[in-house]
Design a protein around this ligand. Structure first.
Ligand SMILES: Cc1c2[nH]c(c1CCC(=O)O)Cc1[nH]c(c(CCC(=O)O)c1C)Cc1[nH]c(c(CCC(=O)O)c1C)Cc1[nH]c(c(C)c1CCC(=O)O)C2
Length: 361
């Protein structure tokens, strides 16, 4: 039985729904337990690849849509309905908690997050005040609505990791080389450590809100951390990310850690405190497992650009991922990074079906 054929939330009591969720293929794979099929979800599964998303977003700015529980719920559910993925990811953005504490920032279409006044000095740090759960009441409300609607399908909460958030804050927007960020990190290690520590607290508070409202797992997106060498990551970034993971450890929900271009960092991403390590397409999963070591589930790692190839090629590449994952303790099928905006949604639906069919046990 695939996720979509399970009874929906409305037909179940809260208690049965909660135990069915705990028993879902996604959460079982996170715990490295046997599964009926390899669970699948896609980073950025909600969003511009879906016509139904573009329709409900018409005339509404990205960050405004994130504060409306009705829209958040609808957009989060859209890919679950359409693709029958094994998990939902909460529709939001990594900069939402920063906006919630009052930073003047926006998401520019086709560009990404842009910060009006970048954070570069000790005085600027004062603008990074702690996040109060009351700053994000709409998140608590939306997560509650979603958990009711999702039934047995788990909801993944998420946040941006301190390094990736710092990069947007210090650069003022997206950056290819992260030069100002690195200048601060190498030039003023004390200020850098204080900046990351504040961001760790904000991130931890934001994840706690999602978990307390009912999220079944959390993913920490350190998308741009692959720009760092392992020694620098360990000394100047890992302590802050580890603080985030430690802050939510007591809830017992699986913690996923993801970054792009992190081949040399995979072991450290696990060591920071993750139960599941996300892998991009540059390292095959069997090799990634050697780098991460025992006791972790791996998530990934089909190249999102493969979805633009003909169906047979997509299936051959998906097969390669599944073959490399064969000996793993736990595997969650995903892309190596987010769904590209012009991806044909039908290719994603077919991919979910392919993975479910070819891993059914
Ligand atoms: C780096 C990062 C950001 N945001 C995020 C990351 C980490 C993941 C990654 O590495 O891709 C995380 C994110 N952003 C969004 C989600 C939604 C949930 C999901 O994965 O389905 C998630 C998990 C919605 C979004 N976040 C954004 C959109 C598109 C905005 C729109 O639809 O107008 C969506 C659906 C905007 C955004 N926000 C950001 C970027 C780079 C962009 C794209 C800018 C563009 O190309 O227009 C920052």
């Amino acid at each position: 039985m695939s996720a979509n054929e399970r009874p929906s939330g409305q037909q179940q009591t809260g208690r049965t729904a909660a135990s069915a969720t705990a028993d879902s293929a996604f959460l079982r794979a996170c715990r490295r337990e046997p599964v009926s099929h390899t669970p699948v979800w896609f980073m950025r599964q909600a969003g511009r690849s879906l016509p139904e998303y573009r329709k409900v977003r018409e005339g509404i700015a990205m960050l405004d849509s994130c504060t409306r529980p009705d829209l958040v719920t609808e957009i989060t559910l859209q890919p679950v309905r359409r693709h029958h993925v094994d998990a939902a990811i909460y529709y939001s953005d990594i900069v939402v908690p920063l906006k919630a504490i009052g930073l003047d920032l926006d998401i520019k279409p086709g560009v990404g997050p842009v910060i009006e006044a970048p954070i570069r000095t000790r005085a600027d740090l004062d603008r990074l005040r702690p996040l109060d759960p009351d700053d994000v009441k709409y998140v608590t409300e939306a997560v509650g609505m979603l958990v009711g609607e999702l039934g047995a399908t788990p909801l993944i909460g998420f946040a941006g990791a301190p390094f990736t958030l710092a990069s947007y804050l210090v650069e003022g927007g997206p950056s290819r080389n992260h030069e100002r960020t690195k200048a601060l990190m190498y030039g003023d290690p004390e200020l850098w450590a204080d900046l990351l520590d504040r961001l760790a607290d904000i991130t931890a508070a934001f994840l706690k809100v999602q978990i307390e409202a009912g999220a079944s797992a959390v993913q920490l997106f350190d998308s741009w951390v692959g720009a760092l060498a392992p020694a620098d990551y360990r000394a100047q970034v890992m302590p802050a990310s580890a603080k985030v993971f430690e802050a939510v450890a007591g809830y017992g929900v699986p913690r996923i850690h993801f970054g792009v271009g992190t081949g040399e960092l995979l072991g450290l991403l696990g060591e920071a405190g993750a139960d599941v390590v996300g892998v991009d397409w540059r390292v095959p999963l069997d090799e990634a497992a050697r780098r991460v070591g025992p006791g972790k589930t791996l998530q990934g790692n089909l190249d999102p650009a493969v979805l633009f190839a003909p169906r047979q090629a997509v299936e051959a590449k998906a097969r390669e991922v599944l073959d490399a994952a064969r000996g793993l303790e736990g595997h969650i099928f995903n892309l190596g990074h987010g769904v590209l905006p012009t991806t044909d949604p039908d290719a994603l639906t077919r991919l979910v079906e392919y993975v479910h069919t070819h891993t059914a046990r």
